[in-house]
Design a protein around this ligand. Structure first.
Ligand code: ZN
Length: 193
């Protein structure tokens, strides 16, 4: 499929990546919650919202700048690789790290294409989105390392854990197995700064 501008194709591919990632983050967030990681669920939900807003930004640029409808019919099945055989939350996080790192490369290339084609505002948007993808990948890497080392609820340099259900503040380097006040599971404890 040939496009008049590479930027049309890049915007469409970016839109598809972002909508796909929105769903994937939503599924993974639910799984993290079921697996006892409310903190990871919240982080993934935050990233899900970022992805949704990025998708909309790309979608609006397509409709505003190009007669996109006819050109886009053939691009909707983009083959962005996603590993669907993940079992553990740690696998999900690794999958997302790979997706975000590959996406950042794609957005950087798309930024150069847009600049070369004279779409300077779109070029900047791609560049900014690339920086968000890299930051997300970095945050996910921290979570991944914590899950692999089984230290999500153990932190040497932390001594305050807040129960998000009842507000009980637990003073220790580890979250309690169950909240002594409301008896909810460890999953509901957050680091209180
Ligand atoms: Zn509690």
């Amino acid at each position: 499929m040939q496009f008049e501008y590479r930027t049309v194709e890049n915007l469409a591919r970016a839109f598809i990546r972002k909508t796909q990632n929105t769903s994937l983050l939503s599924f993974y967030a639910d799984k993290a919650s079921r697996s006892g990681y409310e903190i990871i669920k919240d982080t993934l939900k935050t990233f899900e919202n970022y992805e949704k807003i990025h998708a909309e930004i790309f979608y609006i640029r397509l409709l505003d700048n190009f007669n996109a409808e006819s050109e886009l019919k053939n691009i909707l099945l983009d083959n962005v690789e996603v590993n669907l055989s993940t079992l553990e939350v740690s696998d999900d996080l690794l999958n997302l790290i790979n997706i975000e790192e590959r996406a950042a490369e794609f957005y950087q290339d798309a930024s150069v294409d847009a600049e070369n084609e004279g779409f300077l505002e779109i070029s900047k948007l791609f560049k900014y989105v690339a920086t968000v993808s890299l930051r997300i990948a970095g945050e996910l890497q921290v979570l991944y390392d914590e899950v692999k080392a089984d230290v999500v609820f153990v932190k040497e340099d932390v001594n305050k854990w807040l129960c998000s259900k009842c507000g009980y503040l637990h003073l220790s380097s580890q979250a309690p197995e169950i909240c002594p006040l409301c008896k909810q599971a460890k999953a509901n404890f957050y680091v209180e700064k």
